[in-house]
Write a protein that binds this ligand. Structure first.
Ligand SMILES: CC(=O)N[C@H]1[C@@H](O[C@@H]2[C@H](O)[C@H](O)[C@@H](O)[C@H](O)[C@H]2O)O[C@H](CO)[C@@H](O)[C@@H]1O
Ligand SMILES: [Zn+2]
Length: 297
C-alpha cells in the first residue's frame, strides 16, 4: 500500500517554493501525495505584463488563472491530487498582513477556523494521511493566509486524530540557520546577490537552529522538476527571481533539499550530526494490505 502524504498550503506557488522537491520525491516513489491549497491567490502580484489586467483591482481574474498555474506546477512535480479547501474559491487570498483585504469577509484570514478545519477533516477521512506538512505558528514568514493555514491544518489534525483518521506525524517547513548562512556566503560576491545587505542568517525571520530541525529531504535528483514547477507560477515568480539564482550553480543543494521541524509524532531514525531523518515516513509502520483470506477469491 502506498504511503500517504498531505500538504496544506495557503496560495498557489507555496507548494512549489517550499515543498516542491519533497512533493516530487514522494510522487516519484509512487506514494499518495495530496495537496490542499486554501486560497486561489487572488491578491497576488502579476509579473506577466500581458496579464496585468487580471489583477484584483481590475478584472479580478487572477485567482482563476492561478488555478491553471497550480495544476501545471503539480503536473511538473508528478502530483495529481490537487484540491482547494472547501472547493475552489471558498476562501479568498487575504493579502499581506495589515492590508484592508485582510478584512474582506471572504478572506481566509476572516474564516472561522473550525468551519475551515471541517473541510480539511473531510479530506483526511478520505485520504487517511500518515504524514502532514504545513507551516509553523508564524506561517513561516508571517503572511496571514500562512498563519491561518497553520491554524486550520493543526485544528483539523486534532479533530481527525480524535476520529482515528489524522496524520501520525506533522511537519512544519523550516530552513536551518546553517543553510541560510551558507546561502549568504554562496552569494556574497555574486552579481545581483539576492541577499545584498543581509549580514547574518539572524536577520531573516525564519531561520531554525540546526538542532531543532528533524528532517532533511534530499531530492536534488528532482531539482529540474522543482524548477519547472516554479516556472509554471509565472505570474508570481518572474524569470529574474532570486529563486532562479538559487537554482543556478548554488541551487541544487539549496533548491533540491528541503527541511522540516517535527510538530507532532515520534521522530524516526536519522543520520548525520543532528540525526536528521531522511524520510518523513521514518518510524511509521506502513500498513500493508491485509493478505486475502485463503479461499476468499
Ligand atoms: C510565496 C507567497 O506566499 N506569495 C504570496 C504573497 O506574495 C507576496 C505579495 O505579492 C507581495 O505584495 C510581494 O511584495 C511579495 O514579493 C510576494 O511574495 O502574497 C500574495 C498576496 O496575499 C499571494 O497572492 C502570494 O501567493
Ligand atoms: Zn503563500
Amino acid at each position: 500500500m502506498a504511503r500517504r502524504l498531505l500538504l496544506v498550503h495557503a496560495h498557489p506557488d507555496d507548494e512549489s517554493i517550499s515543498t516542491g522537491a519533497t512533493m516530487a520525491h514522494y510522487a516519484a516513489l509512487g506514494d499518495q501525495v495530496t495537496l490542499v491549497t486554501c486560497t486561489l491567490g487572488e491578491e497576488g502580484e502579476i509579473y506577466v505584463p500581458e496579464l496585468a489586467k487580471l489583477a484584483a483591482a481590475d478584472a479580478d481574474q487572477l485567482g482563476g488563472y492561478r488555478i491553471a498555474e497550480l495544476r501545471a506546477a503539480c503536473a511538473a512535480l508528478g502530483v495529481g491530487d490537487v484540491r482547494f479547501l472547501g472547493g475552489a474559491g471558498r476562501y479568498r487570498d487575504s493579502g499581506m498582513m495589515g492590508l484592508a483585504t485582510n478584512d474582506n469577509p471572504r478572506s481566509f484570514w476572516s474564516a472561522d477556523v473550525d468551519e475551515a478545519a471541517a473541510y480539511l477533516v473531510e479530506v483526511m477521512r478520505e485520504t487517511r494521511p500518515q504524514v502532514m506538512i504545513t507551516y509553523d505558528e508564524n506561517g513561516f514568514y508571517g503572511h496571514p493566509d500562512h498563519i491561518q493555514a497553520h491554524r486550520v491544518a493543526m485544528r483539523a489534525a486534532e479533530l481527525a486524530r480524535a476520529e482515528g483518521v489524522g496524520p501520525e506525524k506533522i511537519y512544519w517547513m523550516a530552513l536551518p540557520c546553517s543553510v541560510l548562512e551558507a546561502g549568504l556566503h554562496a552569494f556574497a560576491d555574486t552579481v545581483g546577490n539576492p541577499f545584498e545587505g543581509v549580514e547574518s542568517a539572524d536577520d531573516f525571520p525564519f531561520g531554525t537552529p540546526d538542532d531543532e530541525i528533524a528532517a532533511r529531504i534530499d531530492a536534488t535528483d528532482l531539482h529540474d522538476a522543482k524548477v519547472a514547477a516554479l516556472k509554471a507560477h509565472a505570474t508570481q515568480i518572474p524569470d529574474s527571481s532570486w529563486l532562479y539564482a538559487l537554482a543556478g550553480d548554488f541551487g541544487s543543494e539549496f533548491m533540491g533539499v528541503e527541511y522540516y521541524t517535527l510538530a507532532a509524532g515520534e521522530r524516526g531514525p536519522g543520520d548525520g550530526p543532528n540525526g536528521w531523518e531522511t524520510d518523513l515516513f521514518a518510524g511509521i509502520a506502513v500498513a500493508e494490505p491485509a493478505p486475502a483470506e485463503a479461499g476468499s477469491r
